[in-house]
Design a protein around this ligand. Structure first.
Ligand code: S3P
Length: 175
């Protein structure tokens, strides 16, 4: 059974939707950031501050290698997972990649006031920071098999759309 892998920018709802989807499908849910925190014994902000982003990306790479060898999971990934083509190749090998998307303003409203994302740290310039990073990341999120705008719908509705998409793949014999 293939994994269902949620990719997409910070604040697009990967963790919330992933938990819901896993519950609906009776699958195990795994969040790559939580997995990194478990393995390292540090929080994501601590890893960035003490060891740097390069170290975070190598921990992330190890977690992806490990998880992509498993089957039947719902995996919520960190927003930067797709920057490494080897992560994408591993996840695609036995997974369906679903991208959750949202407009910059919606992302801004969702992430402002939250402190656990080291890459969104420009207090007065958070809107610009989101826009710039989102534009730079857009080509990487285009690797998805299916993309859903989560801007104006509930996490339950996003989960429904994913389930409908998976059903259509099954009907076409692609899953
Ligand atoms: C990151 C996204 C974060 C986390 C880390 C880096 C990114 O995950 O992995 O702070 O590079 O976009 P979320 O997308 O779950 O916030």
């Amino acid at each position: 059974m293939k994994n269902i892998v949620l990719i997409g920018f910070m604040g697009t709802g990967k963790t919330t939707v992933g938990k819901r989807l896993a519950g609906r499908l009776g699958r195990q849910f795994v969040d790559t950031d939580l997995e990194i925190e478990r393995v390292t014994g540090k929080t994501i902000p601590q890893i960035f501050a003490q060891d740097g982003e390069v170290r975070f990306r190598s921990e992330e790479r190890l977690v992806i290698q490990k998880l992509s060898r498993r089957e039947g999971l719902v995996i919520a990934t960190g927003g930067g997972v797709v920057l490494d083509p080897e992560n994408v190749a591993d996840l695609k090998r036995n997974g369906v990649l679903i991208c959750l998307a949202a407009d910059p303003e919606i992302i801004y409203q969702r992430v402002k006031g939250k402190k656990h994302r080291p890459l969104l740290n420009k207090k007065g310039k958070l809107r610009e920071q989101i826009k710039t990073l989102l534009a730079a990341r857009a080509p990487f999120y285009a690797v998805a098999d299916f993309t859903i705008d989560t801007g104006n719908i509930s996490s339950g509705e996003v989960a429904n759309k994913i389930i409908n998409y998976l059903d259509s793949l099954r009907t076409n014999g692609e899953l």
